[in-house]
Design a protein around this ligand. Structure first.
Ligand SMILES: [Zn+2]
Length: 195
C-alpha cells in the first residue's frame, strides 16, 4: 500500500469528519483502514476510530493506495455501480468473516443500508450476503480440515463460528458430513491415492 503521500490528521480535519462538515469536501478525503473505504468529510457514515484514519488530498491517491470509493458520499466522483458495490461487500466479507458479522455490520462496513445491500447482492449473485459469508466460512473450514491438524474447536473459531455444535450443523448441512467425518474420509481418500 502506498503511504508516502498520506499526511497526519489535523485537529481541524478530525473536527470536520466528526461534524460531517461539507465546507471541507473540496479540501480532503479520509480513508479508514478497517473498512478500506474513503469518504468526503460530509459523509454521514459512522465516525471512524481516529487511529484508523488516513488523509488524502485527491480521490486518485486514495484509489492508488488501495482504498475503495464510498457508495454513500460518492467519493470517487461518480455514482458507484451496483456491481462494484457488491464486489466491495464480497471483499469486506472475505476480510472480516472471522469476526461476528451480521447483515447490519456488513452494510455498515460497506456504507449502505442493510435492506439495499441484501436486495442488490441477491439480485447480482443469486445469494444473500449472509449466505455468501457462510460459503466463505465453509470453504475455509474444508481447507483447514484438509491441510492442517488443527483441532475442530480451534477451526470453528478461525472461521468465525465459535460454537462447535453450531459449526458442525452448518458444515453437515453443506457437505453431508460432520467436520470429524469429513476429515476422516478425506484422510482415507489421500491414503488410497498414495497406495
Ligand atoms: Zn462516504
Amino acid at each position: 500500500m502506498v503511504t508516502a503521500k498520506n499526511s497526519v490528521l489535523t485537529t481541524e480535519q478530525w473536527k470536520a469528519i466528526r461534524e460531517n462538515d461539507e465546507n471541507f469536501d473540496d479540501q480532503f478525503f479520509y480513508a479508514v483502514r478497517t473498512t478500506k473505504i474513503f469518504c468526503r468529510p460530509s459523509c454521514k457514515s459512522r465516525v471512524p476510530n481516529f487511529d484508523n484514519v488516513t488523509i488524502f488530498y485527491n480521490a486518485d491517491e486514495a484509489l492508488a493506495a488501495g482504498f475503495r470509493p464510498c457508495k454513500r458520499c460518492e467519493s470517487a466522483g461518480y455514482r458507484l455501480p451496483d456491481e462494484e458495490w457488491v464486489l466491495q461487500a464480497e471483499a469486506f466479507i472475505r476480510e472480516h468473516f472471522i469476526e461476528h458479522l451480521t447483515l447490519n455490520s456488513i452494510a455498515e462496513g460497506c456504507h449502505g443500508s442493510p435492506y439495499h445491500l441484501h436486495r442488490v447482492f441477491k439480485r447480482i449473485n443469486g445469494i444473500t450476503p449472509i449466505e455468501f459469508m457462510q460459503t466463505i466460512r465453509m470453504e475455509k473450514a474444508i481447507s483447514y480440515l484438509r491441510k492442517t491438524d488443527k483441532p475442530i474447536h480451534e477451526i470453528c473459531t478461525l472461521i468465525g463460528v465459535p460454537n462447535a455444535a453450531h459449526f458442525a450443523t452448518l458444515f453437515k448441512k453443506r457437505t453431508g458430513q460432520t467436520p470429524r467425518e469429513f476429515r476422516k474420509s478425506d484422510e482415507n481418500e489421500v491414503l488410497r491415492h498414495e497406495i
